[in-house]
Design a protein around this ligand. Structure first.
Ligand code: SF4
Ligand code: SF4
Length: 191
């Protein structure tokens, strides 16, 4: 079966340390004031003493049907056979159509280049057999990445064992980040 790269994010394991954002910035030379990934807070929920706050890490969902790709007039935005969605800077004319089309607000205009910018799944690291910087750095192991079509991958094992949900599933983009909420799973052994 073809490779389908994606993420599993376990919100209960995130402590909002923001190390993933720092790691991404350092690895990918992200301009100051912009970010390729994020950690969002639910805000404090409930009434004292029964209160909780959930942290939701995220980045480009590397969608199955990415609107950022279909609206791009030059073919600069494209989806690789392994599912990773990228921008070929040479072809990007900076029209920002893709930034408007993304329902996850996962793209920005790079102020230094004028081109669309976003998470690249740390392709330069994957090609060396390494995990994306955000995954490698995550202290709580909240962020996991791998081949969603490989039953022996950590991400597949987590999806098989625990309930997951995808953000804005109803808009039909087929986001390839699966969130596990409310449980604190052990991280299985896998690729
Ligand atoms: S999350 Fe946004 S930028 Fe990423 S593939 Fe989906 S539509 Fe494109
Ligand atoms: S590094 Fe992990 S624990 Fe820290 S903020 Fe990012 S996702 Fe959460």
């Amino acid at each position: 079966m073809a490779v389908r790269m994606g993420f599993v994010i376990i919100t209960s394991r995130c402590i909002d340390c923001d190390a993933c954002m720092v790691a991404c910035r350092a690895e990918n030379d992200v301009p100051i004031g912009k970010t390729r990934n994020w950690v969002k807070s639910s805000g404090v929920q409930g009434k004292f003493p029964n209160v909780k706050e959930v942290f939701r890490p995220g980045n480009c969902m590397h969608c199955e049907h990415p609107p950022c790709v279909s609206v791009c007039p030059t073919g600069a935005s494209y989806k690789r056979p392994d599912g990773i969605v990228l921008v070929e800077a040479r072809k990007c004319i900076g029209c920002k159509y893709c930034i408007t089309a993304c329902p996850y607000d996962a793209r920005f205009a790079n102020p230094e280049t004028g081109k669309a910018d976003k998470c690249t799944f740390c392709l330069q690291r994957l090609e060396q057999g390494l995990q994306p910087a955000c995954v490698q750095t995550c202290l709580g192991k909240s962020r996991q990445a791998g081949d969603l079509n490989d039953p022996n991958s950590v991400v597949s094992k987590l999806i098989e064992k625990y309930p997951t949900r995808q953000l804005l599933k109803q808009v039909g983009t087929g986001p390839n980040i699966y969130y596990i909420d409310d449980v604190v799973p052990e991280i299985p052994v896998g690729k």
